[in-house]
Design a protein around this ligand. Structure first.
Ligand SMILES: Cc1cc2nc3c(=O)[nH]c(=O)nc-3n(C[C@H](O)[C@H](O)[C@H](O)COP(=O)(O)O)c2cc1C
Length: 210
């Protein structure tokens, strides 16, 4: 039995396009893998630890081989719990709206929490940086109000998909499927409905073979 972690980065719940496309993916996935476990991680509803001064201090204490103080230990335990949940999965599905050409701040916070040396990547002067989340596929749904694909004249504005590809690659992911739904706003409701239908079909296909 595999565990699929669904990381949800839109706060719009049932109104969310990215979540609706992810739901189609999951429906197809469940049909093909009825005994697998699907674990939703709602980034806007969960208690996500701040990566604040104390957390940074705790991180640097580890880097410099020092013991944690009591308060650093507590802060680091909260970080480790989130990392452990992330690392416990066999497969990953992200649903991500574009916010200001990039990702929502809660997803950035989540990434700042989970991307830690010795946990999700390693570094040594001999080998450089190496990802530690290996042999696990990821699928990412990207929703955008505008359009950024080829022929739109705006692909350079997209800091959402290239960033996710880079950061997932940094953690060791090599198999990443992308499903884009755009434009959900800029070209009106008919265009939104058409791109949603196309994205649902793509998500269903990818989800059934994931
Ligand atoms: C805070 C905020 C910032 C946004 N920034 C952009 C943007 O830079 N480019 C864009 O095309 N759409 C932008 N949008 C629109 C969303 O990407 C679009 O509505 C998308 O479908 C939302 O996905 P969701 O329905 O899954 O939440 C923004 C929306 C919000 C709420």
């Amino acid at each position: 039995m595999s565990k699929l972690l669904h990381i949800q980065a839109s706060p719009r719940k049932d109104r969310s396009h990215s979540r609706a496309i992810a739901a189609a993916f999951i429906e197809a996935y469940k049909k093909a893998n009825p005994s697998d476990e699907i674990v939703p991680v709602n980034l806007f509803d969960m208690d996500l630890p701040a990566f604040d001064g104390l957390a940074v201090q705790a991180k640097y204490a580890i880097l410099h081989g020092k013991d944690h103080s009591g308060e650093e230990q507590l802060a680091w335990q909260a970080i480790e719990a989130i990392i452990e949940q992330f690392r416990s999965a066999d497969k990953y599905l992200f649903s991500i709206p574009m916010w200001n050409f990039s990702i929502p701040y809660r997803l950035k916070q989540y990434l700042d929490v989970i991307i830690q040396p010795g946990y999700t990547f390693s570094f040594s002067p001999e080998e450089g940086y190496k990802g530690l989340v290996l042999n696990r596929p990821a699928a990412v749904v990207y929703s955008r109000g505008g359009a950024y694909g080829k022929g739109t004249g705006a692909p350079g504005f997209d800091k959402q998909e290239p960033y996710m590809a880079q950061i997932l690659g940094f953690m060791g992911f090599t198999s990443i499927s992308s499903i884009v739904i755009e434009p959900t706003l800029a070209a009106g409701p008919d265009a939104a409905a058409a791109c949603r239908e196309a994205a649902i079909a793509e998500a269903t296909e990818i989800g059934s073979g994931f």
